[in-house]
Write a protein of this length. Structure first.
Length: 273
C-alpha cells in the first residue's frame, strides 16, 4: 500500500492545526480578523493553521476564546496543544497517548513485544559499529515503551505480523526461541491481540511496508497513521488516509490466523516441533 497523501514531520501539530482551521471556518472569520483579535499578523495565523509553526498554550487559549469553544472540546484541544509542545512528534509519545494502536509488520517482530536480546541482535545487525552504551539505551527505550502493555489505562494493541517475521533469523536460535516464548506470554495480557498472516494466504495487495494506526483518547478525529521504512517514520493524518489504512488493516486481520491459532503456530516455533 503506497500512500498518496502528504506526510507531516509534526503529527500532533498537524492535528491541532487542522482543528483550529476548522474552528475558524465554523466561526466565519477571516485569517486577518483572527490575527487582529489575537494581536498578530494574519500570516502567523496562516502558519499555525498549516502546521508550519507551533503555538503557545496561551495563544491556543486565546484562539479558543475567539472561537467560543468550551467544555470537553476545549479541554481536549488544550491538552493537544500542551502535548504538541512536549513531544515534538516522537512516535513513543504518540503511542503513549493513544487509545488503540493497530500495527502491521512484515519484516520484524513489533517493537512493543521485542525481547532485550532480540533488540540487541537487531541493533548489531543494523549498526555493527554501534557503541554498547547506544545499544543499551535503545534496549532501555524499548522496555520503557513496553510498560504501556501493563498500564491500567494504557492503549490497547492489535498486532498483525506476516509469518515471514517469525522465520527471519535476526539472532541465534536461542534468542529467537526466547522471542517466541515472549510473544506467547505477551498474548496473555489483556491489552494486546496478536495475529499472524500465514504464508498460504494471498492477501493482495499487500502493504509495501510496516504501518500503525493510532487513535487517541480525546476522540477529536480519525487519528494518525505512522508508516515506517528503514530510515524514517512518516505520518499522515487526513481522515480519508487514516480510514484507508484502517480498511487495509482490517482486511489483513480478517485473513490472518485467529489469536488462538496464532499462538499454536508460535508455540511450534518456540519448541522446534
Amino acid at each position: 500500500m503506497v500512500s498518496d497523501g502528504r506526510s507531516t514531520p509534526y503529527p500532533l501539530r498537524s492535528r491541532l492545526a487542522r482543528h483550529l482551521r476548522q474552528l475558524r471556518d465554523e466561526s466565519r472569520l477571516t485569517i486577518g480578523a483572527v490575527g487582529r483579535r489575537l494581536g498578530c499578523s494574519g500570516s502567523k495565523v496562516s502558519r499555525i493553521e498549516t502546521g508550519l509553526c507551533g503555538i503557545t498554550l496561551e495563544d491556543a487559549e486565546r484562539l479558543l476564546d475567539i472561537y467560543r469553544v468550551s467544555g470537553p472540546r476545549r479541554e481536549a484541544l488544550l491538552a493537544l496543544a500542551a502535548a504538541n509542545r512536549e513531544t515534538a512528534g516522537r512516535y513513543s509519545h504518540l503511542e503513549a497517548k493513544a487509545a488503540t494502536v493497530l500495527s502491521y509488520e512484515l519484516t520484524l517482530i513489533p517493537g512493543i513485544v521485542q525481547t532485550p536480546e532480540y533488540v540487541r541482535a537487531l541493533s548489531r545487525s543494523n549498526e555493527p559499529d554501534a557503541l554498547p552504551a547506544m545499544v543499551e539505551a535503545l534496549v532501555a527505550s524499548r522496555l520503557a515503551r513496553q510498560s504501556l502493555l501493563t498500564m491500567e489505562d494504557g492503549p490497547t494493541f492489535h498486532l498483525v505480523m506476516d509469518e515471514t517475521v517469525l522465520h527471519r533469523p535476526i539472532a541465534e536460535e536461542r534468542v529467537m526461541r526466547g522471542q517466541m516464548r515472549h510473544l506467547i506470554t505477551s498474548a496473555d495480557l489483556p491489552g494486546i491481540t496478536l495475529q499472524v498472516l500465514p504464508f498460504e494466504v494471498a492477501a493482495r495487495p499487500l502493504p509495501s511496508g510496516a504501518f500503525s494506526v493510532l487513535r487517541f483518547k480525546d476522540g477529536l478525529d480519525a487519528g494518525i497513521v505512522a508508516v515506517e521504512n528503514h530510515l524514517n517514520m512518516f505520518y499522515f493524518d487526513e481522515a480519508d488516509e487514516v480510514e484507508r489504512y484502517v480498511s487495509t488493516f482490517n482486511r489483513l486481520s480478517n485473513r490472518a490466523l485467529d489469536p488462538d491459532d496464532t499462538i499454536r503456530l508460535v508455540e511450534r516455533l518456540a519448541t522446534g516441533r
